[in-house]
Ligand binder design. Structure first.
Ligand code: ADP
Ligand code: ZN
Length: 213
């Protein structure tokens, strides 16, 4: 089974992807996480993408596709994409790649959350630099202010979760990623979930939609 999660930055793709990939035995592919890892390790790829990430712009399609193909060439599990594709060009690249592997896309799940809500979530998001745990100052605060519950590390605000960059990311989503809804809507595998609910109930709705797939 191969699945794509679509939606605004901050719509909860990462959270749902973790739950779903575990439940269904899929390999969770987050292009954002891949780029941040490379950046943290100071690799040549990390250097190449750093300017795009900090500005909230998209990494060029050619590079994204190249990185994914090389990372996934030996993966035999089903794939759960989170943050990819983000442009029609990437979606076409993915289609071609699926064809070449003689596999298909089984579901595209759109997490629908209003723009004002995602803007607020991104502004309130804090991350643990050590274990990756994600907090929200409004809805899921840490027990001690600014400290990770699990590892006592000081929480950080992601570089691209600052007001100017959040605004830019939302614009980029509307310009370049939203057209994917039309691209996939006609595929017969398109599902929409109300992403404004609590994470557990979103997860339950998605599980119900995929039941019998
Ligand atoms: P979010 O969905 O919260 O914006 P991600 O972690 O998915 O966060 O992405 C962070 C950044 O990484 C994006 O703003 C972009 O610069 C880059 N990026 C991630 N995935 C892609 C992609 N498929 N194509 C181009 N750039 C990407
Ligand atoms: Zn932690």
């Amino acid at each position: 089974m191969n699945i794509i999660l679509l939606g605004y930055p901050g719509s909860g793709k990462g959270t749902q992807a973790k739950v779903l990939s575990q439940k269904l035995g899929l390999f969770h592919v987050s292009t954002g996480d891949i780029f941040r890892e490379e950046l943290a390790k100071d690799t040549p790829l990390g250097l190449e993408v750093s300017g795009y990430l900090s500005a909230g712009r998209l990494v060029p399609d050619r590079l994204v596709l190249e990185v994914l193909k090389s990372r996934l060439s030996k993966e035999t599990r089903g794939l759960l994409f989170d943050g990819f594709p983000r442009t029609v060009e990437q979606a076409e690249g993915l289609d071609a790649w699926f064809d070449s592997r003689e596999t298909t896309l089984d579901a595209v799940i759109f997490l629908n959350v209003p723009e004002a809500e995602v803007a607020k979530r991104l502004g309130d998001r804090r991350t643990c630099p050590k274990c990756g745990k994600i907090y929200n100052l409004g809805t899921k605060p840490p027990q001690k202010p600014d400290i990770c519950d699990t590892c006592n590390e000081k929480l950080i605000t992601r570089d691209d979760d600052t007001p100017g960059v959040i605004w830019k990311r939302l614009q980029v989503y509307k310009d370049q990623t939203e057209p994917l809804l039309a691209y996939y809507k006609s595929s017969g595998n398109f599902y929409e979930a109300d992403g404004g609910q609590a994470p557990e109930s979103v997860a339950a709705k998605i599980a119900a939609m995929l039941d019998g797939k």
